[in-house]
Design a protein around this ligand. Structure first.
Ligand SMILES: Cc1ncc(COP(=O)(O)O)c(C=O)c1O
Length: 335
C-alpha cells in the first residue's frame, strides 16, 4: 500500500474542496452476476451530490478549489444541451457561493427539460450560441477548448473557465484519487483482477483512472467505452492527459495512443446524445434485474457495450466486471 500512500500524499499537494462523502459504495449485482455467470459489481459514483450529482463532482472539487484560490466570482463551462457536467458545475458553484455561467453551442430549446430544467432551478445563466462549439469530430478536444475559452472571455470577461467535461489535468486529479479508492475497495472484497468499465465523453475520467491505476500498480484492467464520436484524434488526447497527470504528481509515465483502453464509436449509437436501441435495452435490463437506473446518453451505452463484449467473450472470462456508474439520470427526463 506504499504506492497508495505516496500517491495520496502527492494528490494532497493540490487544493481540493470536498463536495461529497467518500468512498462511494462498490456493490455486487447478484442477479446480473448469475445471468452472466461471473461476479459483476457496480461503483456508485451516481450517488455523489450535489444537485443530483455524478462523476463530475470529483473533478469539480479540484477545479473549484482553484477558482476560489484565484478569487473568482464567476465560473463558466460548456457542453451539449443535456450536459451533466454543466448542471453539476452550476450546483457545485452554488454550493460555494459562485456565479455559474453555462455556454451551449445550440439554439435555446423551446422547452427546458432534464438537465436544462435543473440549471434553471439553480439559477445558472445559460448562454445559447447557435453555431460552432466542436463535438462533431472535426476538431480535437484541445482545439475546441482553446476556441471556446476565447468565446467565453469575449462574452463574460473575467471568470474561471472550466473546459467541457472538466477535462484538464487539475480536474482529472479527482479520478486519480478515485482510482486509489476503487483499488482499495476491490482488494478489500478479495477481487484480484477485474475489468473496470467506464463511459467516455471528454475522456478525463478514463485518463484519471489510467494514471491512478498505473501509479498504484493496480491489477485492475480498464476499459473506456466512447459514447459520442465527438473528437478528432481522441486516444492521443487521453494519453497526453494521463501523462500530464503522472507528471504533475511527480511520477512521470508515458501512455501512447495504443495504450489508451478505449473502444471508439462501436457503442455510440446514432450520435452523441441520441440513445441507441442497445442502450435502452441495457437500461431496462439493469433496472429490472437490480433496481438500478442508468442514463440514456452515457452509462446506458457503456453498459450495453459491456454486456455485448461479455457476450462475445471479449472480456477475460475468469474475471469479475466492475461497472463505474457515473450518473447522468436527469437525461432520462429530457424530451
Ligand atoms: C453521466 C456521465 N457519465 C460519463 C461521462 C464521461 O466522463 P468524461 O467526460 O470524463 O469522459 C459524463 C460526462 O461527459 C457523464 O455526464
Amino acid at each position: 500500500m506504499q504506492a497508495h500512500e505516496r500517491l495520496l500524499a502527492a494528490l494532497d499537494g493540490y487544493p481540493r474542496l470536498p463536495l461529497a462523502e467518500y468512498p462511494t459504495p462498490l456493490e455486487p449485482l447478484p442477479r446480473l452476476s448469475r445471468e452472466l455467470g461471473r461476479p459483476v459489481y457496480i461503483k456508485r459514483d451516481d450517488q455523489i451530490g450535489p444537485g443530483l450529482g455524478g462523476n463530475k463532482t470529483r473533478k469539480l472539487e479540484y477545479l473549484l478549489a482553484d477558482a476560489r484560490q484565484r478569487g473568482a466570482r464567476k465560473v463558466a463551462t460548456f457542453g451539449g444541451l443535456q450536459s451533466n457536467h454543466a448542471r453539476l458545475t452550476a450546483a457545485a458553484a452554488r454550493q460555494l457561493g459562485l456565479e455559474p455561467h453555462l455556454l451551449y453551442f445550440a439554439r435555446r430549446p423551446a422547452r427546458m427539460t432534464g438537465n436544462l430544467l435543473l440549471n434553471e432551478l439553480l439559477g445558472a445563466q445559460m448562454h445559447f450560441i447557435p453555431f460552432g462549439g466542436g463535438g462533431d469530430a472535426s476538431m480535437t478536444l484541445e482545439q475546441t477548448i482553446r476556441l471556446v475559452r476565447i468565446v467565453a472571455w469575449a462574452i463574460l470577461g473575467r471568470h474561471y473557465f472550466i473546459p467541457v467535461g472538466g477535462h484538464s489535468w487539475r480536474g482529472c486529479l479527482g479520478y486519480v484519487r478515485a482510482a486509489v479508492e476503487i483499488d482499495c475497495q476491490a482488494r478489500a472484497l478479495g477481487i484480484e483482477r477485474a475489468s473496470l468499465v467506464v463511459a467516455v465523453g471528454s475522456g478525463g475520467t478514463l485518463a484519471g483512472l489510467m494514471a491512478g491505476l498505473a501509479l498504484t500498480g493496480s491489477p485492475l484492467g480498464l476499459l473506456g467505452i466512447d459514447v459520442g464520436k465527438l473528437w478528432k484524434a481522441f486516444p492521443p488526447t487521453i494519453g497526453r492527459l494521463a501523462e500530464e497527470l503522472c507528471r504533475r504528481l511527480g511520477q512521470p509515465q508515458t501512455f501512447d495512443a495504443r495504450q489508451v483502453p478505449l473502444i471508439e464509436r462501436t457503442y455510440a449509437g446514432p450520435s452523441y446524445g441520441v440513445p441507441s436501441q442497445a442502450a435502452s435495452a441495457a437500461i431496462r435490463r439493469l433496472a429490472q434485474s437490480e433496481g438500478i437506473l442508468l442514463d440514456p446518453i452515457y452509462t446506458g451505452k457503456a453498459f450495453a457495450g459491456m454486456l455485448d463484449l461479455c457476450r462475445r467473450g471479449a472480456l477475460p472470462a475468469d474475471q469479475p466486471l466492475i461497472f463505474l456508474h457515473t450518473g447522468g439520470l436527469p437525461a432520462l427526463f429530457a424530451a
